[in-house]
Design a protein around this ligand. Structure first.
Ligand SMILES: *Cc1c(COP(=O)(O)O)cnc(C)c1O
Length: 374
């Protein structure tokens, strides 16, 4: 079976992790943590980096430290992972969803302005599968309406919007370093910001709101969302190779684009202002095929190729509908790509030969429907 993702740990990961073990610095203090926070923030063009134990809690912390009034609305794309919505609801805020674009699969920024009400306090753009959101109109709205922008940049390490790194544009940005992300630390995440006050709050909330003056005196309730020196050691080794990794991702996408040309699918795009890092190589099957992603996934699995379906929109999630959210909301593009989209093996450990094999199997999977054989 060709796995949908396999990480590549062939730099100095082992050397740096060994150093943690030899010196005993394996927990949430140690030199690699600060170094990783500083280097990642600098790479993205932000002042502060606060590393946490995963990307989901990075989003939760980013919303929490804003201390928004109960019932505040935050606008986000429906086409994203559940982490985004639960970060909003856990802080007592309300997720307000918009549809996505049919080709970049990113939030349709044209729909955001119409979704703004007197209760709107923030926008959470999510850069999808390696492609940046069109950020200028979002930042303009933020200025006009006094809104906070929280970028979810978990899927776009190193991607660029008009020459700026994704995750370096909003007031806060959140990253995941899960095993399938472009830079991984196994599990891990980070919040970036230029705001000194928010950075202090993030650090405090990450670590149970201990205080400098009197450690075991607490004025606020925080969390244990700490990141370890071992994770940071892996992350630093990964970061040393990021340019190479991104080049490899882009080369993989070119190979898939070429190999899948002419099939009844919509392949990934790259807007003129974007640098796409093709985190996962996905496509959307034409509706007319009478053939959905589930069916293709089944055929590919039978020939040894693992795939993943696209996200199911937030507005279709039973757990959120159950509490009365998103009644009578329909977002046709999100709904369609959730059913017609899937992504192919595109982890860093995949070889060109394996990609050729996947291309051949995808073509075969379509041939049987196109020729009416089955
Ligand atoms: C992976 C991912 C997350 C969650 O990160 P975890 O580290 O798995 O908690 C959040 N947002 C997006 C867009 C992601 O792809």
């Amino acid at each position: 079976m060709i796995p949908v993702n396999e990480p590549l740990l062939d730099g100095k990961e082992l050397e740096y992790v060994s150093e943690c073990i030899k010196t005993g610095w394996i927990s949430s203090a140690g030199k690699f943590i600060n170094e990783f926070e500083e280097k990642w923030a600098a790479y993205c063009g932000m002042k502060h980096g606060v590393a946490v134990c995963n990307g989901t809690v990075a989003l939760e912390l980013a919303v929490e430290v804003l201390h928004l009034p109960h019932g505040s609305e935050i606008i986000l794309p429906s086409f994203t992972i559940i982490s985004c919505a639960q970060a909003i609801t856990k802080s007592g805020c309300v997720p307000v969803v918009v549809d996505c674009e049919p080709d970049t699969w990113c939030m349709d920024v044209g729909q955001v302005e119409k979704a703004i009400t007197a209760k709107t306090k923030a926008i959470m753009p999510v850069h999808i599968y390696g492609h940046p959101v069109d950020m200028d109109p979002i930042m303009d709205l933020a200025g006009e309406h006094g809104l906070i922008i929280i970028e979810d940049a978990a899927e776009v390490h190193g991607a660029e919007y008009k020459g700026k790194k994704c995750g370096g544009i909003g007031h806060l940005s959140c990253f995941s370093f899960f095993a399938n992300k472009i830079i991984t630390t196994g599990e891990g995440g980070m919040v970036l910001t230029n705001d000194d006050r928010l950075a202090d709050k993030l650090r405090s909330y990450r670590n149970l709101c201990f205080q400098g003056k009197q450690r075991f005196l607490h004025e606020e309730i925080g969390h244990n969302y700490r990141f370890t020196n071992v994770q940071a050691a892996i992350g630093l080794a990964q970061l040393e190779r990021i340019e190479e990794t991104i080049e490899r991702k882009r080369a993989m996408a070119r190979q898939y684009n070429l190999g899948l040309r002419g099939l009844p699918v919509r392949l990934p795009v790259e807007r003129p202002w974007a640098k796409n890092v093709y985190w996962m190589y996905g496509f959307v099957i034409d509706d007319k095929m009478g053939f959905d992603a589930k069916e293709l996934a089944k055929r590919l699995r039978a020939s040894g190729v693992e795939t993943r379906p696209f996200f199911l929109g937030i507005h279709e999630q039973p757990v959120l509908k159950k509490v009365g959210l998103f009644e009578n909301i329909s977002l046709p593009i999100t709904e369609r790509i959730a059913r017609q989209g899937l992504y192919l093996p595109s982890g860093q450990a995949i070889t060109d030969e394996q990609i050729e094999y996947v291309i051949e199997k995808v073509r075969k999977g379509f041939a049987s429907v196109i020729d009416g054989e089955g």
